[in-house]
Design a binder for this molecule. Structure first.
Ligand code: FEO
Length: 402
């Protein structure tokens, strides 16, 4: 990859990880990802964020194509997670910057992660302005998007927002801009990133978008640290509109049935539930939790508002992959869902009730009693599954049409 001139004296100097398939070890990234970093040439030369440690050499190579790394005066650390700060120690050692800018929480995180003795750390407040010569940068705190330390940097004169994790997507491509890449898969990439990372902080997303609107900021370019850059008015509007929709999570007419099975009984139940959904006109997808990473459920949840989970009982508990799906869901806190639970059993049969209680605890509106099948499922039990699918489907239709 080569450096890319984004605007006069503003460069992309990051790295593309084409083969990353396990983003942050908790979310699949079938299209890879990118670690974007940016260089601004001015009276003070500024590096905005670094990259994963593995790509530090590439970052230095890119910087060197534009200037000697020792000419960098300022480093901005918008966020101290390793995918952006993994190269920081080495970059500080090579560049010997005059100042390193971060938020209050950023300083705390930086000092905990690195030997910062002698580092010229400068903590910035929300809204603080930095003059770098012919340009000014405003720092805006975006706590919890995606860590407590997170902030974004707005380059006023060029109307460029360096948004760090916010507005990112796991996309690896030689294209740097959305308008070069095309939008066919972009929205789903944005959704998968949002639903697996940003979703629990949706109220803060809405607050941040509101804050940006009230500040009257204008944007020529939204440059996140993962994926593609938005630079046309249409793409920037599409981005903001999509974020409002993802953060508000309106009901969507689609269902997910996720199950785990030992000898196939719970699987048969899942398919009967699907038939019930189908009979009332609800599109659905079935996910086998043993064959898919738990982030798949989140990916699909981006387009669905009914969640039906099932597992047989083993040692008084649901199976472990289903427990993983539930734990992932609980942490990511999806909203506006209807659902139900099911599961087969041979001995005690607690699983469907446990899943039902977990759905209730995570705020899912459970609209049908859990369905259990003793070994089977026999015809009566399959009919109960079909009916469960219908009940969930009709409840979802009501929500969508409300
Ligand atoms: Fe891209 Fe929260 O790190």
């Amino acid at each position: 990859m080569k450096t890319v001139l984004l605007k006069d004296d503003i460069y992309w100097v990051g790295a593309v990880d084409f083969n990353l398939r396990n983003f942050h070890r908790y979310s699949r990234s079938p299209e890879g990802s990118t670690y974007n970093a940016y260089l601004i040439k001015d009276k003070k030369n500024v590096l905005v964020d670094t990259v994963d440690e593995e790509y530090c050499g590439e970052l230095l190579k890119h910087i060197s194509e534009i200037m000697d790394p020792t000419e960098i005066d300022y480093i901005i650390c918008n966020h101290l997670e390793k995918d952006h700060s993994g190269s920081l120690e080495r970059i500080v050692e090579v560049c010997k910057p005059e100042k390193i800018f971060c938020s209050v929480m950023g300083e705390k995180s930086m000092k905990a992660q690195f030997n910062t003795e002698g580092w010229p750390i400068h903590v910035v407040k929300d809204g603080e302005r930095l003059n770098i010569g012919s340009r000014n940068i405003t720092f805006l705190e975006t706590r919890m998007l995606h860590w407590p330390d997170s902030m974004v940097s707005y380059l006023e004169e060029d109307k460029v927002l360096f948004s760090n994790d916010a507005f990112g997507q796991n996309v690896a491509t030689s294209c740097r801009y959305v308008d070069e890449y095309g939008s066919a898969n972009l929205l789903q990439s944005m959704k998968e990133y949002y639903y697996n990372i940003i979703l629990p902080y949706s109220p803060l997303v809405l607050r941040t978008l509101d804050k940006i609107t009230k500040l009257g900021l204008e944007f020529d370019m939204i440059a996140p640290d993962h994926g593609l850059i938005f630079r046309t008015k249409e793409d920037i509007k599409f981005l903001f509109d999509s974020y409002v929709e993802m953060a508000t999570q309106p009901y969507k007419l689609r269902a997910i049935i996720a199950f785990e099975s030992l000898w196939g009984a719970t699987k048969k139940m899942a398919y009967a539930i699907g038939d019930g959904l189908n009979s009332v006109g609800i599109p659905y997808i079935i996910i086998d939790a043993q064959e898919n990473h738990c982030s798949m459920v989140m990916n699909e949840l981006a387009n669905s508002s009914a969640l039906i989970l099932g597992s047989p009982t083993r040692n008084n508990m649901p199976l472990v992959n289903m427990l993983g799906v539930i734990a992932n869901l609980k942490g990511l806190k999806p909203k506006n869902l209807v659902g139900a639970a099911f599961g087969s059993y041979g001995w005690s049969g607690e699983s469907a009730n446990i899943i039902n209680d977990e759905l209730v605890a995570m705020g899912v509106e459970v609209v049908a009693e859990p369905v259990k099948a003793y070994f089977g499922p026999n015809e009566e039990e399959l009919a109960a599954c079909y009916e469960l699918g219908q009940k969930v489907g009709l409840a979802l239709k009501e929500k969508v049409n409300a």
